[in-house]
Design a protein around this ligand. Sequence first.
Ligand code: UT7
Length: 320
Amino acid sequence: MIYSRIVGTGSYLPKRVVTNDELAQTVDTSDEWIVSRTGIRARHMSNAEETSSYMGYQASLRALEAAKLSAQDLNMIIVATTTPDKGLPNTACLLQERLGITDIPAFDITVACAGFVYALSVADQYIRTGMVKTILVVGVDVLTAVTNWQDRNTCVLFGDGAGVVILQAADKPGIVSTHLHADGRQKDSLYIPSLLPGQRCEDELPYIHMEGKEVFKFAVKALGQVVEEILAANGLNQDAIDWLIPHQANLRIITATAEKLKLPMDKVVVTVDKHANTSAASVPLALDEAVRDGRIKRGQTLLLEAIGGGFVWGAALIIY
Ligand code: UT7
């Protein structure tokens, strides 16, 4: 059997940090409200140079260094992003060019906040079938660029960043299984009307629109189900999980999923307080942080999960 093993992780956060108090100077909100409803205390906000391909590049350099590989060793690039630098070329091609390599497949997938889990799953299929040996999997978003800074319902929730893993073929797991879901009937709960100039948004502003309560309820239910599904599919109970690495949208959603798994919070990697919701970057950013600070160790079992606008959601079980 061929499995996909994580051989390196990396991440990048924009230099500028925006605290809740800073936001409260321009919009009717408070640190107390944001912390109590979401757990968010600060977020990183990119400047004009810190695009998705730039942040993906910086995170990729760190992952390559951790894996002791060079860019020439990569056989494929998959970028999960909803905020590409351009309409064309895709962000993966721009990242390939920044890395100074050519002639390997490079493509984006648009799966909102679940993008990284989806990208991991796609990459895993290529490696398991023996088609490709080494894949750069990137989750990156610049949601602050599509945020309405007058809308207190959404602008306090998002931040920017990139997270990367390098997957490589191995004879032991690795990725044990991935489980993906989507429900397009929920298209009106969380959406961005358009990223394309010239495309009509009807009367809507081209920013993130969100029915917060609906998203919250759906997220708690869907994530609770998918973590149960992945344990059942692998004949495991929650004691097998060393670390839950959840999508970082709201501390209350994270806590609800941990409770469903009966996992104590000291087995949950939490970055939402510092990063807010970085969409496709949130899970690999959290993973990289816990790998680098030594919490996650080789041989441990990780459960990753995420949900985003669509709705789209999924989970991955990984032996690190
Ligand atoms: O990646 C997936 C994407 N997103 C998510 O997972 C987010 C899911 N949703 C949530 O995290 C929560 O629903 C929110 C954090 C967005 C909102 O929390 P909530 O407990 O559901 O609050 P709410 O929507 O019920 O709003 C309560 C009140 C409202 O005022 P009224 O109508 O009760 O007078 C809002 O206008 O809080 C008000 N409010 C705010 N007040 C201060 C909404 N945003 C703010 C704010 N500051 N930033």
